[in-house]
Design a protein around this ligand. Structure first.
Ligand code: DGT
Length: 212
């Protein structure tokens, strides 16, 4: 799918559209908001095969997210060797423990109970490749101070959010009901939603594909 009539196509200097190596609706929506022409392709990599050895070696959240973002971009880059390909990945860390997307609503409730009253970090890795070469990498971090959540609130929140609580690493969608969970947020909204747009657009301007 290439965004047909990209609103910001006049800013785009590259004859080829961007490629987003992702199945994430949040990432697709974020890149759509930039108005740039892009195509979406699901990288479908075996994330466990990348992540598990790194976790066994004591890999940190940022390092694991960076490896996964790079693997996704390179996987799709093999199918689009002339395009700029964007890979992204997000890992949540809380006091050294790493969290992935909850598998079911019970686990989502368990995650929220563990995050309650504490500050967790979202490590949002971004990687841009072309022709098998990594051109840009970065892992911006957002710090999310969650308010103290009662078990009654968590139950009601999970019932209201439903399966949307399973589509993100923190069991919340900040732009929807997730906003009820927080006392304070430090970081860019696009970093929190999983595709850091500010550093991405800065790279694209420096690289010459985007009008500066
Ligand atoms: N709508 C929404 N999504 C969020 C939020 N925070 C994180 N996410 C999403 C973005 C990603 O889809 C997901 C992070 O999981 P991953 O980095 O493993 O990506 P995912 O497997 O979803 O897609 P991908 O690997 O890019 O095909 O969480 C939020 O506040 N709102």
């Amino acid at each position: 799918m290439v965004q047909a009539d990209a609103p910001a196509k006049h800013l785009w200097r590259n004859p080829l559209p961007l490629v987003l190596a992702s199945k994430s609706q949040a990432r697709r929506d974020l890149l759509t908001a930039t108005g740039l022409p892009f195509e979406c392709l699901d990288a479908s990599i075996d994330e466990r095969a990348v992540e598990d050895p790194l976790r066994r070696q004591g890999g940190q959240a940022a390092d694991i997210a960076a490896h996964l973002a790079r693997a996704k971009a390179l996987a799709i880059g093999a199918r689009r060797p002339d395009h700029l390909v964007i890979g992204a990945d997000q890992v949540l860390s809380l006091e050294g423990a790493l969290f992935s997307k909850p598998r079911d609503l019970d686990e989502a409730a368990d995650h929220l109970a563990r995050f309650s009253g504490k500050t967790h970090e979202l490590h949002a890795a971004l990687c841009v490749t072309r022709g098998g070469r990594v051109l840009f990498e970065g892992v911006p971090v957002a710090r999310m101070r969650m308010r103290v959540l009662s078990p009654v609130f968590i139950k009601a929140y999970i019932e209201a959010a439903g399966t949307n609580a399973l589509s993100s690493v923190g069991a919340y969608q900040l732009e929807h009901l997730g906003v009820h969970l927080f006392e304070e947020i430090e970081g860019d909204q696009s970093t929190i939603l999983g595709l850091p747009l500010i550093p991405l657009l800065a790279f694209l301007r420096d690289e010459g594909s985007l009008l500066g």
